[in-house]
Design a binder for this molecule. Structure first.
Ligand SMILES: N[C@@H](CCC(=O)N[C@@H](CS)C(=O)NCC(=O)O)C(=O)O
Ligand code: FES
Length: 122
């Protein structure tokens, strides 16, 4: 498939729209596939700040669905980007969560809910 300039630009804009960007099936609230659901769950468990997060539903956009595969040179959805860098899909995120690498990556990207806010007293 040929990645048009227009689609490429839309993908680049999406990737730049937040520190943590997930291309997924469905929405964070209503994932439409177990792999996307699992990935959203892992990011939530890590404490990703919603303000630092953007999700794009590829089921609403067939061009995005195919385009992101070619752009990332990765054949499946979900796809995670952190600070414009492609990280991987569900399997990669799962193993990075287990090893602690995901926590380090997200912390370095300053994408987690700040500790003070989490523990702020009433
Ligand atoms: N092993 C994959 C699981 C994801 C996967 O297999 N996705 C499939 C089914 S949802 C996919 O995106 N197929 C191409 C498509 O639906 O466009 C991962 O680590 O992310
Ligand atoms: S939609 Fe069937 S496995 Fe993802």
């Amino acid at each position: 498939m040929f990645l048009s300039t227009e689609i490429k630009k839309a993908i680049e804009d999406a990737i730049e729209s937040a520190p943590v960007v997930l291309f997924m099936k469905g929405t964070p609230e209503f994932p439409k596939c177990g792999f996307s659901r699992a990935t959203i769950g892992l990011l939530g468990n890590q404490g990703v700040d919603p303000a630092k997060f953007a999700a794009y539903n590829v089921l609403e956009d067939p061009e995005l669905r195919e385009g992101i595969k070619e752009f990332s040179e990765w054949p499946t959805i979900p796809q995670l980007y952190v600070n414009k860098e492609f990280i991987g899909g569900c399997d990669v995120i799962t193993s990075m969560a287990r090893s602690g690498e995901l926590a380090d990556l997200l912390e370095e990207a300053r994408a987690l809910v700040p500790e003070e806010e989490e523990t702020k007293d009433n």
